[in-house]
Write a protein that binds this ligand. Structure first.
Ligand SMILES: NC(=O)c1ccc[n+]([C@@H]2O[C@H](COP(=O)([O-])OP(=O)(O)OC[C@H]3O[C@@H](n4cnc5c(N)ncnc54)[C@H](O)[C@@H]3O)[C@@H](O)[C@H]2O)c1
Length: 342
């Protein structure tokens, strides 16, 4: 069974079998696949059907040097405006593919086959792409919708447990932002073997995609409501700058827990909801301590790129299923975040 969700009438997210998705979206066009070495090794049967470019895996490759190497390969291969680029992989591959496709020759059509949980529920959805510059994550990028995203939960069977957990961090974020029923569903169904259960994973992916699609439909370029999806990310990005011990999803999990505590201390989130957030994250297997000096993390929070006029936009959970965005002056942020030092 497959389900198709449309975004901005520009992009179709296909949740179902990868073969059916490829049949639906790839007709007789010239296709060039961009993927990483892990996906090429595990899914060579899919990658080898098309001309392809392999990049290294890991956040260290999400930079302009990789982008430049891909441009050079595309020129060598004679790619032109009629070529369809398909990124097959996790968030790193799809972010890079979206950026390359929307800039090479001022824009080619592109699509994704999303192979990680984090990619299927978040990174591949919504048309944001980008690469890292120096120490700044996703600092350069574009808004450009892929023609299609194919998400087949069978890919998750080969994903290492740590990457599955990382994806669940974003799913929990999505449920706190706007879907209390999804939160309850996770509370009831999470276990170390749930990731191999196609029905559970399809429900989790579909609900997350629907929620994100709805938000992106209302605010494609993140000028308003879409900012709620940054819940937990101010702290997560600061942690990622201070230490490489955590991957993105793990840092988001710590960020979600900490912002829930901040929101509770401000009298917004109830103690019960704060505890439910901590216990769902712990049940998934996250360690919720900040694995770096709090002083360093707070200093990085100050340099968050979502700042304007010396104010920082902070997303605060009000209850499970609802969040608010507050513009806070730095000193107020520092005061509210000082509970993290305790
Ligand atoms: N564009 C957005 O809106 C958005 C949103 C959230 C995150 N992101 C970005 O996404 C990136 C993280 O994405 P990610 O967590 O998917 O990481 P990733 O792309 O690095 O993938 C994680 C690892 O799993 C491997 N892998 C991928 N699919 C696999 C499979 N099916 N089986 C076995 N191994 C597999 C990859 O090779 C990689 O080593 C970050 O750079 C983050 O900034 C972007």
């Amino acid at each position: 069974m497959s389900t198709v969700i449309s975004i901005k009438n520009k992009s179709e997210v296909f949740v179902g079998r990868v073969e059916d998705g490829l049949k639906r979206f790839v007709n007789n066009r010239r296709v060039i696949v961009i993927t990483d070495a892990n996906i090429d090794r595990l899914y060579h049967n899919i990658v080898s059907r098309y001309e392809h470019i392999i990049i290294g895996h890991g956040e260290g490759n999400k930079n302009l040097l990789t982008v430049q190497n891909i441009y050079a390969r595309l020129i060598e291969m004679g790619a032109d405006r009629s070529t369809l680029l398909i990124g097959i992989g996790g968030g790193i591959v799809t972010d890079i593919t979206g950026f390359v496709a929307s800039t090479y020759m001022r824009g080619l059509d592109f699509g994704y086959v999303s192979t990680t949980l984090l990619g299927q529920v978040d990174a591949s959805i919504g048309g944001k792409n980008g690469v890292n510059i120096i120490n700044y994550k996703n600092m350069v990028g574009t808004f450009a919708q892929p023609l299609f995203v194919i998400s087949d939960v069978e890919f998750l069977r080969t994903l290492p447990p740590r990457e599955l957990r990382a994806g669940m961090g974003e799913v929990v974020k999505m449920s706190i932002v706007g879907d209390a029923e999804l939160f309850e569903f996770i509370e009831q169904n999470i276990s170390h073997d749930c990731y191999a259960n196609t029905d559970i994973m399809q429900r989790i992916v579909l609900d997350s995609v629907r929620l994100k699609a709805d938000i992106v439909d209302r605010d494609e370029c993140e000028k308003g409501i879409r900012r709620v999806l940054n819940l937990g990310h101010t702290i997560a990005h600061a942690i990622e700058k201070c230490t490489r011990k955590l991957n993105h999803g793990e840092a988001v999990a710590v960020g979600l827990s900490k912002i829930a505590h901040v929101s509770h201390s401000l009298g917004i989130l109830t103690e019960e909801d704060m505890q439910r957030i901590d216990s769902i994250l712990e049940k998934i297997g996250f360690v919720l301590d900040i694995p770096a000096s709090i002083i360093d993390v707070l200093r990085e929070v100050r340099y968050d790129k979502k700042k304007s006029d010396n104010k920082l936009r902070i997303v605060l959970p009000e209850k499970i299923g609802s969040c608010r965005i507050e513009e806070m002056p730095f000193d107020e942020v520092e005061r509210s975040f000082s509970i993290l030092k305790e």
